[in-house]
Structures are given as structure tokens and as C-alpha cells.
Write a protein that binds this ligand. Structure first.
Ligand SMILES: [Zn+2]
Length: 496
């Protein structure tokens, strides 16, 4: 979110940029009104993905994500939807991450009852994420009531576990690379995005009142090329009329380092001092990637698999979902599988129960502990940090983005002490950051993905990025003669 965002500090519904009836722009050569696309979320920021599409009586959403980050952004989750959930025919999800799915239970509790489409491999992850989100919403409301810090006498959750379960009952899967009919004349198709298990980009094709078909392509979150476990991002084989492209890292290029070699050195140095390695990691995606690198080390004889612990209930479940999705695995993983399968729960130690987790503290031998949350704000990793941070023999390895204000960021910035469970904990352990790891394509990779399309779209919209990211990406694409990008704000609409 940027300081000049027109909706900073406002309720979304009051935002002066909400111009639902105004057409921001029109497709070149289209003079008759055929349909309308309205951007509601992830405009000028990287969370809250939600785009509304309408043709005649048919209305659908692409993604229904939660705003995450600072308090101002999180407040937007409480705003009423600016469309009637009863009138939506369907929701199409690009992938399972909370910033793309997290408001589905709210949507259902406000009256939506149609199908929620996702790819088959996404379904297990969507279920893990929404059930967890329902539980967290209830816990936060309970905590606010207990501490009395809410403005409301009786703080209510944004939604409940029951709402999450109702939303999950509506989830229906669709295959990759096959057209699915949404309504007469309207269809969609998924292609692999390589960003997370099951992640996709979505092409939606509809027939206009002039009888011509038009295709809008939603990139979803574009993944990386040549990274372990998942297949590379693909692009659809059809030229879209319009492309809505994410721009998270539109202004950045990931470092070209080998994370496995860097991690191996940290593990060897730490073990030689008699310490342990704690890796705070996101339960979905990053934890499995860490297991992949560790499996390589096991195969090469550098690491004993009995010293590696995956200690997060969600990561354990997610690893099982990844393991079952054999058709989504890339060649590198298949090759490693024949020697040591990183996703197999019998290779590394999976801590499913609290007692298994607590037992790690009394372990005398050096260990590698992968545990959530990825920014060390909550979860079991916090207990491991309290135990290992004061030990100068141990190491903490940060393997993901550490947002400002989180415990992970404080460690990354060299804090001498951190507060854990109201205690000041001295930081004597070595703190490392593993560079080059990200689930998002950087500027080069976004360009590569764009250039893999069979042709240039006539219109281009950049969302899911902060201003610097989307402006930089717009400039890069213009340099290669792509159309000038529109950078929509929430409530901006465009004719189909
Ligand atoms: Zn994502």
C-alpha cells in the first residue's frame, strides 16, 4: 500500500475512487456495451484479490481474498461487499493462498450459494487454509472480548469455522487445460501458474452482443521457472484480448544464488558447534521446498534425515497434499523420489502432536527444525526461538519475506532481544537470511511469462502489486512494445 493511495484510511465503500458505473476505458473498437469488469482488491497492494465480472445477468468473481498487512488494510475486510453476493453465479479461484480465498466464508455468510471453482490439486490446500482462517477469526474475537480492546461490547468474528465449512461445501474442482461452461456463452479454462500447488491462471471467454468472442486472461500469481517440486508456469495457447497481470515483483530481480549450498554450509557450521538450526517457514510451499533441499543433502550424504523435523500441523498436512499430487511434480522431484522422497512422512520426522513438538527441546543432538509461522509471529516456531535464540551455538535461517513489524523482521534487522510470551529473549544465535527464495516471478520472469503467450493482448491491466512494482513493470512491458498498462484502483470498471 502506498501513501498516496486514494483509499488509505477510508472505508472501501466511502472511497472517492469507487466509480462503479463509470467506464474507465473501452476495448479498442468496441462501441457497444457487452459486459463489465470491476476491480475490487489487490489494486495498489498485494492482498485482497477480488475482481467482479458481469455479462447481462451473469456475474462472477475471480478470487475473493483477504486483505493482510497493516491495520488499515485489515479493516477493509470488514467493509460490506460492493456487489450482492446473492446475485453471483460462481467464484473462480486462481489458487489457495489466503489473500485470494480468505473472504469466501464471509461471502457465503452474506448469501452466496453458487459453485466455487478451483483446480483439483488446490482443493486440499483451500480446505486447510479456510478451516484455519475460521479458527483464527474466532480466536481473535474471543481474545478481544477477554482483553476488552475492541470498540464493540461483544466483538464478533469476521466469520466462523462453521462459515468456512459451508464455503468448503461449495468448492468444486475443474481440470487444467479444459474449457468449463459457466453459463450459456461463457466459459473458462485453467493453466498452470507454478506458484503454489494447484495455482493457475484463468482465461474467461464470453460472447458479446455483437456475437464475437472475447477472452480475458487473469494471470493469478505467476510462479518461478526452474524451481524444485512444481512444474514451470505455463501460458495459455490463445492470445487474450485483455490481460490482468500480477506485478508483485515488477520492480525486482531475485538474486541468483543456490539456496541449497548456502543452507548446507549453515547446517554444517551450526552442527559442528553443537547447535541446532531453526527455520521459520510458511506451511504451504516454502516448508516443502526446504524439505526438498534437505532431501538433496541426505542423498549426498551430508545430513542424517533423523535430525530433520517438520514441526507444524499445517505444514505436515500440506506436505501430504503435495505428496498426493503426483501429476503436478516436476522432473527434479521425480528424480529425487527414487533415492529419498522429501514429501514422504517416513523420511523426515513429522511432528503432528504438541508433545512431539515439546520433546524437541529436550533433544541433546543437533537438529534442523522447520516450523511455522514464516515470519515468526505465531505458531510452534515461537517456542523453538525462545529455546534456541539465547544459544550462541544455534542458528536461525529466515527463508521468506519478513514484513515490517514482525519478529522475523526484527531478527533480520539485528535485534539484540525479542519479546516472546512477554519475556525478553536475548539473541545470541546466528541469524541468516537465505536469498533467492520466492514463490513469485520477478520482473524478468514476469516478462518471460508474458512473452510465452502466443501474442500480445490488446489491453493490459496490472494489479496485485504496490505502486513501484506495477509502474516499473508497466515501463518494462512498454519497452517491448506491449500496450500501455492501466493501473486500476478499487472500484474502477472497464467495459468488456
Ligand atoms: Zn499467492
Amino acid at each position: 500500500m502506498v501513501a498516496d493511495s486514494p483509499w488509505l484510511g477510508r472505508r472501501l465503500v466511502d472511497c472517492p475512487r469507487i466509480r462503479i458505473t463509470k467506464l474507465l476505458t473501452e476495448l479498442q473498437g468496441v462501441n457497444t456495451f457487452m459486459g463489465k469488469v470491476t476491480f475490487y482488491g489487490a489494486c495498489g497492494c498485494v492482498t485482497g484479490s477480488c475482481t467482479h465480472l458481469r455479462w447481462g445477468d451473469t456475474q462472477i468473481l475471480v478470487d475473493c481474498g483477504m486483505y493482510q498487512g497493516g491495520a488499515e488494510l485489515k479493516k477493509l475486510n470488514w467493509d460490506p461487499f460492493l456487489f450482492d453476493p446473492h446475485e453471483l453465479q460462481a467464484v473462480i479461484l486462481t489458487h489457495a493462498h489466503l489473500d485470494h480465498t480468505g473472504l469466501l466464508p464471509k461471502l457465503v455468510s452474506r448469501g452466496f450459494s453458487g459453485p466455487i471453482y478451483c483446480t483439483k490439486p488446490s482443493k486440499g490446500l483451500v480446505s486447510l487454509i479456510l478451516l484455519d482462517a475460521g479458527k483464527i477469526q474466532e480466536e481473535q474475537a474471543r481474545y478481544a472480548r477477554k482483553k476488552g480492546y475492541s470498540q464493540h461490547q461483544d466483538p464478533r468474528p469476521l466469520y466462523t469455522s462453521e462459515d468456512a465449512k459451508k464455503a468448503l461445501k461449495l468448492v468444486t474442482t475443474a481440470p487444467f487445460d479444459r474449457d468449463i461452461e459457466l453459463a450459456p456463452g461463457i466459459r473458462f479454462r485453467y493453466s498452470r501458474a507454478g506458484h503454489l500447488l494447484g495455482a493457475s491462471n484463468v482465461s474467461i471467454t464470453a460472447k458479446g452482443s455483437d456475437g464475437k468472442r472475447r477472452t480475458w486472461l487473469f494471470s493469478g500469481d505467476v510462479g518461478r521457472y526452474d524451481v524444485p517440486i512444481l512444474k514451470d508456469p505455463q501460458a495459455p495457447d490463445q492470445v487474450p484480448d485483455a490481460l490482468i497481470l500480477e506485478s508483485t515483483y515488477g520492480d525486482r530481480v531475485h538474486r541468483d544464488t543456490d539456496p541449497k549450498e548456502a543452507l548446507l554450509k549453515i547446517i554444517q557450521d551450526t552442527f559442528s558447534r553443537g547447535g541446532s538450526v531453526v527455520i521459520p517457514a510458511f506451511a504451504l510451499g516454502r516448508s516443502q521446498e526446504m524439505l526438498y533441499y534437505l532431501a538433496q543433502m541426505v542423498r549426498e550424504g551430508h545430513v542424517d534425515p533423523k535430525s530433520v523435523f517438520l514441526d507444524s500441523p499445517m505444514a505436515v498436512k500440506a506436505t501430504r497434499v503435495y505428496d498426493n499430487a503426483v501429476g503436478e511434480h516436476d522432473e527434479d522431484l521425480q528424480e529425487l523420489d527414487d533415492h529419498v522422497d522429501p514429501l514422504d512422512s517416513t523420511v523426515f520426522q513429522h511432528c503432528a502432536t504438541v508433545n512431539q513438538s515439546k520433546a524437541l527441546n529436550s533433544r541433546k543432538k543437533s537438529s534442523v527444525i522447520i516450523s511455522a509461522s514464516g515470519m515468526a509471529t505465531a505458531g510452534r516456531v515461537v517456542h523453538h526461538l525462545a529455546h534456541h535464540l539465547p544459544d550462541s551455538r544455534s542458528s536461525v535461517v529466515l527463508v521468506g519475506y519478513q514484513a515490517f513489524g514482525t519478529r522475523g523482521r526484527a531478527l533480520q534487522d539485528g535485534a539484540d532481544t525479542v519479546s516472546i510470551h512477554r519475556r525478553k529473549i536475548r539473541v545470541r544465535a546466528q541469524i541468516h537470511t537465505l536469498h533467492g527464495l520466492s514463490a513469485h516471478a520477478d520482473r524478468r520472469e514476469l516478462l518471460r511469462w508474458c512473452e510465452s503467450l502466443p501474442g500480445k493482448p490488446r489491453r493490459l491491466f496490472l494489479n496485485h502489486g504496490e505502486e513501484n512494482g506495477r509502474k516499473a513493470l508497466a515501463a518494462v512491458l512498454e519497452e517491448v512494445d506491449w500496450p500501455r498498462a492501466t493501473l486500476p484502483w478499487p472500484g474502477d470498471s472497464v467495459s468488456w
